[in-house]
Design a binder for this molecule. Structure first.
Ligand code: FAD
Length: 358
């Protein structure tokens, strides 16, 4: 079977790994470098990881696995009738086409927005690293997991970090968890401005509805926008992401979507861990092994500097601390989710337990 995958991120690469022994696999990727680990980008920006450590799979790894990798190649359109993917470097026939096109950073078009940095690619990371090393100062707009990872890693290296967030809570978690995360990062000098509307950037200042905050380097990290242009152009059903079922089927036959570009019942997963899990489920489906992905069960493990946090299962409105590091969330007297601070091993045990009782 000819499998063509668009996107060489964790979703695309994991799927290629799973299928390359039995099938003819081609990856089409518009970037010109092989796969790199995006969760390590903030370590690299902070000088905690060398550039080469971000690249686990050099070009010859793909060759050895028999995966055809076409770098610097942009997919333009799908002819779903003829089962052909059209790119700027020729057309490719497929039996199965998988869109693993990821996402791009959400933009914030306030006056002065041209001065803002974003962090998604290795190129972005190089630009940001250079600016932060020069100015020793970073203001992050957005208190999601990516913003907090960057805050944790850079503050560890003595960079002055400020985090400005529209909501009064971090990562959509509750007040108590917000306070715990805030407290840990404040130990490294991170300053938080929660519940702020950002209005404009003027000279070296970010103006919010409440104050003016000094800001020489400003990173916009307010979430992602799934990369759906190819799917839309080709007539697939799209909302914010490409609409898929629990087996990652799109609205067109033999075309699937996984990772950050896929949406199911309004959920876009947005993590590398999820993208790889999607790939495993899809690989099973394509091998004829029945499998489906549980979009409502979260399994996210992050580290903000030295502070690990795991979000597992479903978070409801009813949360109670089980011990000082574990907050559990209930539905009908049953624990359906937990947030575990510090102890990742404990989070994995919870994940196993919660999955087995679903
Ligand atoms: P991507 O990794 O975005 O890959 C998609 C690829 O498709 C891109 O290389 C793109 O160039 C290519 N592409 C798109 N359109 C086309 C086209 N038309 N033609 C050819 N190529 C195309 N996740 C975690 O689980 N844990 C973390 O700690 C974590 N930290 C993060 C820190 C940072 C700074 C960032 C940026 C992300 C982090 N993430 C983390 C999120 C994680 O990196 C993403 O969820 C993951 O990369 C999504 O994988 P993907 O394969 O869906 O897409």
């Amino acid at each position: 079977m000819k499998v063509v995958i668009v996107g060489n991120g964790p979703g695309g690469v994991e799927l290629a790994k799973q299928l390359s022994e039995e099938h003819e696999v081609t990856i089409v990727e518009r970037e010109t470098v092989p796969y790199y680990t995006k969760p390590m980008l903030s370590h690299y920006v902070a000088g905690l990881a060398e550039e080469k450590s971000l690249f686990p799979y050099p070009i010859d790894w793909y060759e050895k696995k028999g995966i055809k990798l076409l770098l610097g190649t942009t997919a333009k359109r799908i002819d779903a009738e003829k089962k052909v993917l059209e790119t700027d470097r020729g057309n490719f026939e497929y039996d199965v086409l998988v869109l693993a096109t990821g996402a791009k950073p959400r933009a914030l078009k306030i006056p002065g927005w041209e001065r803002m940095y974003t962090l998604r690619t290795i190129k972005d990371a190089k630009r940001l690293k250079e600016a932060v090393e020069r100015e020793k100062d970073l203001l992050i707009i957005g208190g999601g997991f990516i913003g907090l990872e960057i805050a944790g890693n850079l503050s560890k290296r003595g960079i002055k970090v400020r985090v400005v967030e529209k909501m009064t809570r971090l990562m959509g978690l509750d007040e108590e968890l917000t306070e715990r995360i805030k407290g840990e990062l404040e130990k490294h000098g991170v300053e938080f401005y929660l519940g702020r509307d950002v209005e404009r950037i003027e000279n070296d200042v970010l103006v919010t509805d409440k104050e003016e905050i000094p800001a020489r380097v400003i990173l916009c990290s307010i979430g992602i926008v799934p990369e759906v242009s190819l799917a839309k152009e080709s007539g697939l059903d799209v909302n914010k992401g490409i609409l898929v079922d629990k087996t990652f089927r799109t609205s067109k036959p033999d075309i699937y979507a996984i990772g950050d570009c896929a949406e199911h019942e309004g959920i876009i997963c947005g993590t590398a861990k999820a993208a790889m899990a999607h790939a495993k489920v899809l690989a099973n489906t394509l091998k004829g092994i029945p499998d489906e992905y549980d979009f409502h069960f979260r399994s996210s493990y992050f580290k903000f500097g030295d502070f690990p946090i795991a979000i597992v299962g479903e978070l409801t409105d009813r949360g109670e601390w089980i011990d000082s590091e574990t907050k559990s969330f209930y539905r009908d007297e049953k624990i359906v989710g937990v947030v575990v601070l510090s102890d990742v091993r404990k989070a994995r045990e919870w994940e196993e337990r919660l999955r087995s009782t679903r």
